[in-house]
Design a protein around this ligand. Structure first.
Ligand code: GDP
Length: 433
């Protein structure tokens, strides 16, 4: 279904308006592995046409726990939409953040319908008319609370909404593998991109099965074409006096949504930071294949190396399984190891263990290391199956709840037995009492 994004700063009445648009329709929570947090889409119908509404309200309480700048929030919502409903508080009039969103909207070039909200009566319609000044065409006066004008607004929205969704980039299967270079500012992402791109940039626009997006780059490496995601964001030097960390996290999340594998750069010459570990966590939660590149290795000395290894042991235990390359984007040191590491991670990410093999392994494991007895009962694993890949997802049918320690033990042994370097794996339980 085509997607209508509803965008606007907090308190303009966005959520009320969304509720009015969707009526009593139930929220559909997307269950796509790889979407960091569940993004809520609503299905709506108007005049017999079905479409999807994305309420951007959720962006205000993002994983990072900081209020998003409205413009940045809008940028990402708009990117994944076919048309945009921009909601402004007509009584307050346009604010600076509204103007910021207008600039984003202009740049994006998606069709926009302007909702002038809080116009509860005829007398206030003059306030709505003042919004012509935004240069987004006709403001549609509406009262989200009372419903006044909402029919006309929806007619206008549907008039600009395409019948079918645009083929969105990143959704396509097949085609070049999609890689995101991730890491906090100054770890060397743009240097690495330049190094790997070098003369390997693919200029051809039409490669079978790909949709080309100007923010991405096709690069020929090791006899294959790879798509490097969101390279414009890497190249664009973003200078923000505050919230730079936050902006980086947001970019990480957006890039992860489109990528299959994340190459996480860490500045080996400096102490690991919380932001490094947070980026790693985002990639793990997103269920992406992961490679960790310790960059600036040319600056290494004995002492720093000693401390780095300690820091890794302490702070990166959650990703001991990630392939590691020690590189220098500056000198090119060991850059040739990057592609094999990416390929290893992707192979694990897509690996499938046959059910027979999995259960033979589980049987032996349970026999030699049974779950501890709890409250006189001993939960047992009855049967296991790999329910999916990208990343590998396992479901264990059990006769009782397996405690966290035991589940971690199983994951560890699964990795030892079958090897999953470079991919998170997910283990779920179905308890049959
Ligand atoms: P980005 O913000 O992650 O894109 O980082 P940049 O690529 O802009 O790099 C930040 C700074 O680190 C620049 O001054 C680079 O020249 C420097 N740099 C990047 N990679 C290396 C490296 O491998 N070794 C050294 N010594 N410096 C590097």
């Amino acid at each position: 279904l085509p997607v209508l994004a509803v965008v606007g700063r907090p308190n303009v009445g966005k959520s009320t308006l969304v509720n009015r648009i969707i009526g009593r329709r139930e929220a559909v929570v997307e269950d796509t592995p790889g979407v960091t947090r569940d993004r809520v889409y609503y299905e709506a119908t108007w005049n017999g046409r079905r479409f999807t509404v994305v309420d951007t309200g959720g962006w205000e309480r993002d994983v990072v726990g900081i209020d998003l700048s409205v413009a940045v929030q809008a940028e990402y919502a708009i990117e994944s939409a076919d048309a945009v409903m921009f909601v402004v508080d007509a009584i307050v009039g346009p604010t600076d953040s509204d103007e910021a969103v207008v600039r984003v909207l202009r740049k994006a070039g998606k069709p926009v319908v302007l909702a002038a909200n809080k116009v509860d009566n005829m007398a206030q319609e003059a306030d709505a008319a003042a919004l012509w000044s935004l240069g987004l065409g006709q403001p549609w006066p509406v009262s989200a609370v009372h419903g006044r004008g909402s029919g006309d607004l929806l007619d206008a929205a549907l008039a600009i909404l395409p019948e079918a969704p645009a083929q969105r980039f990143g959704v396509t299967e097949g085609g070049p593998r999609r890689v995101a270079l991730l890491g906090r500012p100054n770890v060397g992402k743009s240097s690495m991109l330049n190094k790997v791109a070098g003369e390997n940039r693919v200029v051809v626009d039409k490669i079978a099965g790909t949709t080309r997006d100007p923010v991405d780059e096709l690069i020929q490496l090791g006899g294959k074409t790879w798509k490097f995601i969101d390279t414009a964001g890497i190249r664009r030097r973003v200078h923000l006096t505050q919230g730079a960390d936050f902006y980086a996290s947001l970019r990480t999340t957006a890039a992860l949504e489109k990528a299959e594998v994340g190459v996480i750069l860490i500045d080996a010459s400096e102490r690991l930071t919380e932001q490094d570990t947070r980026i790693i966590s985002l990639a793990v939660e997103a269920g992406r294949a992961i490679v960790i590149a310790y960059n600036k290795w040319d600056l290494m000395d004995e002492e720093r190396r000693y401390y780095l290894e300690r820091e890794i042991e302490q702070d990166l235990v959650q990703v001991t399984w990630a392939p590691r390359v020690n590189v220098s984007a500056l000198t090119g040191r060991h850059m040739e190891k990057l592609v094999p590491a990416i390929e290893t991670a992707l192979a694990s990410w897509e690996k499938r263990i046959p059910t027979g093999q999995l259960n033979a392994f589980l049987g032996t494991l349970v026999a030699s290391h049974p779950h501890p007895i709890r409250g006189g009962k001993q939960p047992r694993i009855l049967f296991g199956t790999q329910a999916g890949t990208k990343p590998p997802r396992f479901v264990l049918f059990t006769s009782g709840f397996l405690e966290a320690g035991y589940r971690r033990f199983i994951e560890r042994r699964l990795r030892e037995e079958f090897g999953f370097p470079g991919t998170p794996i997910e283990i779920r339980m179905k308890v049959r009492e």
